[in-house]
Design a protein. Structure first.
Length: 155
């Protein structure tokens, strides 16, 4: 199924929150994911890659690692969430590939998504992805980002 297909029957899909970090950007990449089974059991993934890349590549690698983990578990339905709009947009489009050097990674991710009976990738705001972000940063030896301070909004 494609990245825009339904998440499958209610309650049967596994949930993934994924994030990636590159420090500096581009630089060393850390990836993190929080995987939750339908029964509420949680698993986390956090690792540094041996490659140098940008934050978009790190995000895509985080999703791919989580999807590979789910395939190994025999999962058939997944709802994945990312705060990276480029990743979500690119996975929903089969022809558009503005980041040429990442085309193969996007193709691999699409193939993985297609191996599930039901798959959905959805954008979420950054503040709803804090745990996956913390796992990606921890893989590189960095502390979690401090929460946003209340106050004036930027214009």
């Amino acid at each position: 199924m494609s990245a825009s297909d339904s998440g499958g029957p209610a309650g049967s899909a596994w949930t993934v929150y994924c994030d990636g970090s590159a420090m500096p950007n581009p630089g060393r990449m850390g990836i993190g994911a929080v995987i939750t089974a339908p029964d509420g059991t949680r698993h986390t993934l956090s690792q540094a890659t041996h490659a140098i890349g940008c934050n978009n590549e790190a995000e895509l690698r985080a999703l791919t690692l989580a999807l590979q983990d789910l395939r190994a578990r025999g999962v058939t339905a997944v709802r994945a969430y990312s705060d990276n709009s480029i990743l979500v947009e690119q996975l929903g489009a089969t022809e558009t590939k503005p980041i040429a050097r990442m085309a193969e990674l996007f193709d691999d991710a699409r193939a993985l998504l297609g191996s599930f009976e039901h798959a959905q990738v959805q954008w979420i705001p950054r503040h709803r992805n804090g745990e996956a972000d913390a796992l990606a940063r921890a893989a590189l030896g960095f502390a979690p980002k401090p929460p946003a301070r209340p106050g004036k909004k930027r214009r």
